[in-house]
Design a protein around this ligand. Structure first.
Ligand code: NAD
Length: 313
């Protein structure tokens, strides 16, 4: 019987003791990601091709071609929420169970989205960098108070952003066709927008909190940037693929929008010479949304528990 578990997320090790104990008590042997980075398809096949019953997966790729080669795989537990790196249809076809760690990192990612609004609006990283280099420069910023924040997607993370933004006295408007928590809107004095065109046109800041699907891939493109305010800021802590990055570059250079801050990118890390990184009004963090002590601890425990539930039940 296959009894090995492959664990790929780099940050898992920080809180691994409890999880390893849970897995070993249930007779499982652990294979760690020894590469110190996101694993490639070939490396995953090499580690999990035979004898591996379960994978705790980070953002590493699990397309159909990899799943087909993991002969003994019974369950995949996502360390986090977004499952766009897993071919869910193929997993279903192969009888591989899949689950994700809902409710573990929504506060951390929500706080980062708010942090990026301040960082971009007040030019904090550039100011700090300038001083380190011996300067004392200043670039004028904007307040968040009274600004209209358009949230596209209001699930676990979008709602955390909405609550915090309302606390900052921003005017929050959400666009999410599947949203059904009217009490939340009333409690935090948040507006529901049913027309995304209106949200593009009126928002001072747009923050993305929706998954990548066939319908949403690259939906923030030239056409949409053309509808936004010239002063608008774009925040993306969701997935790089939601934005057409070439169109974003053009919009930032031409001044069609004022700035963008992202925690995610279409290729992580970005290719050498990526043009967006040369722009002063573009800012990128290294997928740190869920990288806090609190979220990592929850993701380790819950993804391990989810995997055991799928393998043992
Ligand atoms: P969620 O499933 O709780 O919420 C997503 C929301 O998007 C849902 O309410 C859904 O109705 C809405 N939605 C779907 N399609 C939409 C559309 N076309 N227009 C508007 N709304 C739409 O997910 P979540 O946990 O809030 O995660 C949101 C995003 O954040 C995901 O892309 C996830 O991968 C990403 N994420 C990033 C990090 C990070 O470290 N930066 C960490 C966790 C999650």
């Amino acid at each position: 019987m296959s009894n090995k578990i492959l664990i790929t997320p780099k940050s898992f090790k920080t809180y691994k003791e409890k999880a390893y104990l849970m897995l070993r008590e249930n007779g499982f042997e652990i294979i760690e990601n020894t590469y110190g980075r996101t694993m490639t398809e070939e490396e995953i096949i090499e580690c999990a091709g035979e004898g591996v019953a379960g994978i705790i997966i980070g953002v590493d790729p699990l397309p159909a071609s990899v799943l087909e080669k993991c002969k003994d795989l019974k369950a995949i537990s996502k360390y986090g929420v977004g499952m766009d790196n897993i071919d869910l249809n193929k997993a279903k076809e192969l009888g591989i169970k899949v689950n994700n760690a809902v409710g573990t990192n929504n506060v951390s990612v929500g706080e980062l989205a708010i942090g990026l609004m301040f960082a971009l609006g007040r030019n904090i990283p550039d100011t700090v960098k300038g001083i380190r280099e011996g300067g004392w420069g200043r670039k004028i910023g904007v307040e968040l108070t009274d600004k209209k924040l358009g949230l596209i997607g209001a699930g676990q993370i979008g709602k955390e952003v909405a609550k915090r933004a309302a606390g900052l006295e921003m005017k929050v408007s959400i666009f999410d066709p599947y949203f059904n928590d009217e009490a939340f809107l009333e409690k935090y004095n948040i507006e529901r927008c049913h027309d995304i065109e209106q949200l593009y046109k009126e928002s001072d800041i747009i923050s993305l909190h929706l998954p990548v699907t066939e319908n949403t891939r690259g939906f923030m493109n030239k056409e949409v940037f053309g509808k936004m305010k010239n002063t608008a800021l774009l925040i993306n802590t969701s997935r790089g693929e939601l934005i057409n990055e070439r169109d974003l570059y053009d919009a930032l250079v031409s001044g069609e929008i004022a700035g963008a801050a992202q925690d995610v990118f279409s290729s992580e890390p970005p290719e050498a010479g990526e043009k967006l990184l040369s722009l002063e009004n573009f800012m990128l963090t290294s997928h740190i949304g869920a990288f806090t002590n609190e979220a990592v601890e929850k993701m380790v425990v819950i993804s391990t528990r989810n995997l055991l539930d799928m393998l043992i039940s």
